[in-house]
Design a protein around this ligand. Structure first.
Ligand code: ANZ
Ligand code: ZN
Length: 816
């Protein structure tokens, strides 16, 4: 008999392939279930344990769901554009297209070795023209509907990657990819108007079955802030500017105002004798990142402009300063400073010896959760004194709006999505610049705008495509005159923002996807991938879904109904795996030794799915032993089935015990697997195996019961060990495939224990164990205990004071 290993893996992988077993049929019976794992980036490093941890257990879940009767769709593809291939090309000279296609081929082979039931017919590869044609089409559609625009903006610039980064790609002031310090650069860039959807993106989080932490991160990223705008006039001028404040109730405590160094107002208000100092300050500020500027520990800096502004509520004149703790990109870029009640303003005022005024507050209600500091001198502001925060806000906004000097205002921290990259390996932005017609979008029938192959992609901060004459020179679709193509490419997050829809109709060459098909298959029922995508990919995909819905291409609001993040598999040393530390685990080697199923089972048993943990060689070795033990046990029991001497047809104590273990396993594995709690599910499988081993020692077996039990066992283990499951099923049933069978049902009756064992104690010491019917009442248990011969003897000459019964476990007799 073939022992489980890669030979068995291969046998079943070929069978699945040759029978088209994993082809998806949208008309097959069963409710549709779209299971999606975040597609991978085809890098030369091949699949690592982390990929397996994402894909393996999720496939087991999907197989379990298939056996429960769902029509499961589980596609796979490649997120194939992006910097790593381009950087690799710069280093080695291998063209990104060639290395990417080669990596895809290797990774497909690896993915197939995993034995997951991916619907390969639905594969998408984002760097191929049949896919990026539609990525470009989406961009063009958004452009035509005022959801894409170009503007000059200070952008995050990584001097090492030589490219623009989205805010989300800057981690504590450093480039997420290469850890280089990010600087600012003024560039004309393309943006997608995700801010139009800020409110809906926030509200709809409530509809999602997602990890709370991820929802909280998105909520924070969207950063809704309810406040007010107040208009300050500039003294001796007709100019005004607005400030955004969440504490309009402190308006009477304003002692100065601050403009962000980048604010266009700065030029207008700075008096001649202050110009030089202000200009110097602006240059210095431009070198700082927003993160540094907001850092609390950093000493406050700033310069006076020489001008004054007039407080709209009390007419007081306050100095106008420029300081970099105010960001140009938030609110109005101008702040009213209230040093008595705001820590940053307090620090600044203390340093520059500015006055500190405190407003008089009434009794607070619980809603007023904001801290309210107690510095400075009390200022009298008449009607606004002694009010609660909420009442003061209300009164002040009313007064301001009467004079058209203020209004309620909601602000979001979310910025528009910057999508242009000055790099080669991405989808070209489908825009043409014409001297006569201006910015012209490439007409749909001219898509895709093909990415040329022969391009000098060494980075110098300019778009490589700009240097490719045959690409850049074109004719204007509107006037037919000579024109130039846009040379920037799209952020790869645009490619991955809609792939979940293309999977459904991946070969459609006429339209992006069939609306009915997509409406039928989406939203994705279960999405699984790393938590690092919380604020980028997951937010962008939600935005694109909502935009396409509003433009009539689909009818649902959210792309991913339910989301699970797998944990991280660390190296054996407990550190994050990395080549330089030499602690990486390559699945390939283990699979050769143990087979894919052992690897998958170890990943599921050795870790909590959402937590992950450190790899252990001992762990996978004991899983190997366990699988061998299962194999031996099944083999022995299978032989018994043809043993003529086993003629028992009754359910005696041994059968009832095994039947209990069987249904206990079915019940709990069903519950746990459904919740992605694979480790406890496999622990229940182990208990089931123990019960089978115990039963194998029984002399006279009930063979028809045994066969049913074995069938259930193999069905239960199949999703966790798919190749092994098929093999055992064939050996037992002579049939293909175990995945066509229905997931076993629990027989609750088998779970009612008829007899239970309880301990009897006298004064806390165990004296006896007895078996009693599980249905006895407390009084009946008491009688049983006190009438037990051994207990009677022990109680001789003592007085029973009390009998304490802990149901189902023990009886304690207190006696003197
Ligand atoms: C006066 C005030 C008094 C403020 C007080 C706070 C406390 P969130 O909640 O994040 O929206 N602010 C406004 N625009 C800013 C900018 N461009 N750069 C830096 N800070 C800015 O924060 C809103 C508060 O942050 C606003 O309310 C403003 O300071 C400041 F006791 O106005 B506040
Ligand atoms: Zn033109």
């Amino acid at each position: 008999m073939a022992k489980y290993g890669t030979n068995v893996d291969k046998k079943w992988q070929e069978k699945w392939e040759s029978t088209g077993f994993h082809k998806f049929d949208e008309n097959a019976p069963g409710e549709k279930l779209y299971t999606l794992e975040m597609f991978s980036y085809p890098s030369g490093a091949k699949l690592h344990a982390g990929h397996w941890f994402n894909y393996g257990p999720t496939d087991s879940w999907a197989r379990f769901k298939k056996m429960q009767g769902y029509n499961v769709f589980q596609p796979m593809g490649f997120d194939a554009f992006g910097l790593p291939a381009e950087n690799y090309a710069i280093k080695t000279g291998v063209h990104p297209k060639d290395s990417t296609e080669q990596n895809i081929e290797n990774m497909e082979t690896q993915l197939k070795a995993m034995g997951a039931m991916f619907n390969w017919d639905h594969e998408v590869v984002t760097c191929r023209p049949d896919y990026y044609k539609w990525t470009q089409w989406i961009f063009a559609l958004l452009y035509k509907n005022n959801l894409a625009y170009r503007k000059k903006a200070p952008v995050n610039w990584c001097p090492s990657c030589n490219t623009v980064l989205a805010n989300e790609q800057v981690k504590e002031g450093l480039c997420e990819r290469c850890d280089t310090e990010v600087t600012k650069k003024d560039l004309t860039q393309w943006f997608l108007k995700i801010t139009d959807y800020a409110e809906e993106l926030l509200q709809d989080l409530d509809k999602l079955d997602w990890p709370e932490k991820t929802k909280a991160m998105q909520k924070h990223w969207i950063g809704k802030s309810k406040g007010a705008e107040a208009t300050f006039k500039i003294d001796n001028s007709d100019l005004t500017f607005d400030v955004f404040t969440t504490r309009v109730d402190t308006l009477n405590g304003v002692t100065y105002v601050v403009l962000a160094p980048e604010s266009p107002m700065v030029q207008d208000v700075t008096l001649p004798e202050f110009k030089a100092a202000v200009e110097n300050y602006r240059i210095e500020a431009a070198k700082q990142t927003d993160i540094e500027r907001q850092s609390i520990s950093r000493e406050k800096t700033g310069v006076f402009t020489g001008s004054y502004a007039i407080n709209p509520i009390n007419g007081k004149k306050v100095p106008i300063w420029v300081a970099d703790y105010v960001l140009a990109t938030y609110g109005t870029g101008c702040v009213m400073a209230v040093p008595a009640h705001d820590d940053r303003d307090f620090e600044f005022a203390t340093k520059f010896k500015l006055p500190i005024d405190r407003v008089i507050k009434g009794k607070e209600n619980v809603d007023d959760a904001l801290p309210f500091t107690e510095h400075g001198i009390l200022v009298n502001s008449g009607e606004f004194d002694n009010l609660t925060t909420a009442a003061a806000k209300e009164a002040i906004v009313n007064k301001l709006s009467e004079n058209n000097l203020g209004r309620w205002k909601i602000n979001y921290r979310l910025r528009d999505w910057l999508v242009s990259r000055q790099r080669y390996w991405g989808a070209p932005i489908p825009i043409i610049h014409c001297d006569k017609c201006g910015t012209v979008v490439v007409p749909d029938e001219q898509l895709p705008v093909k990415l040329p192959y022969d391009v000098a992609f060494a980075p110098d901060g300019k778009s490589p495509l700009a240097k490719c004459d045959e690409f850049i020179n074109t004719t204007c679709p509107t006037c037919g005159g000579p024109a130039k193509r846009e040379a920037d490419t799209l952020d790869t997050f645009v490619c991955s923002s809609w792939y979940q829809m293309r999977y459904v109709d991946n070969n459609n060459s006429e339209i992006i996807f069939d609306k009915d098909k997509v409406n039928k298959m989406l939203p994705v029922d279960k999405y699984v991938g790393g938590p690092e995508h919380a604020c980028m990919h997951l937010l962008y995909a939600r935005f694109i879904t909502k935009a396409l819905r509003d433009l009539g291409y689909l009818d649902f609001d959210e792309p991913f109904k339910s989301l699970t993040h797998q944990g991280l598999i660390l190296g054996p040393d407990g550190q994050k795996m990395s080549k330089s530390k030499g602690n990486t685990i390559s699945p390939d080697d283990y699979i050769i030794d143990f087979g894919a199923d052992v690897f998958r089972m170890y990943l599921m048993f050795g870790f909590s799915y959402v937590e992950g943990g450190a790899w252990s060689d001992d762990g996978i070795k004991s899983m190997h032993k366990f699988v061998e033990r299962i194999e031996r046990t099944i083999e022995t029991l299978r032989d018994e089935l043809s043993n003529d001497q086993n003629t028992k047809t009754t359910m005696e104590k041994e059968e009832k015990e095994l039947n209990y273990a069987r249904h206990y396993a079915i019940k709990n594995i069903t519950i746990d697997t459904d919740k992605f709690q694979f480790n406890t599910a496999i622990a229940r499988i182990m208990e089931f195996v123990n019960a089978l081993v115990k039963y194998s020692a029984v002399e006279n077996k009930n063979t028809s019961f045994l066969k049913e039990t074995l069938k259930d066992f193999i069905m239960i283990i199949a999703p966790f060990a798919p190749h092994f499951g098929e093999e055992q099923w064939e050996l037992l049933e002579g049939d293909f495939s175990v995945f066509n069978s229905n997931w076993p049902e629990v027989d609750e009756k088998a779970l009612i224990k008829e007899e239970i064992e309880i301990a009897i104690q006298i004064n806390g010491k165990i004296k006896e164990r007895i078996e009693i019917p599980a249905t006895l009442t407390e009084d009946e248990i008491k009688v049983e205990a006190l009438n037990n011969t051994k207990i009677k003897e022990s109680l001789e000459g003592m007085d029973v004071k009390k009998v304490i019964i802990i149901k189902g476990r023990l009886v304690n007799i207190v006696a003197k």
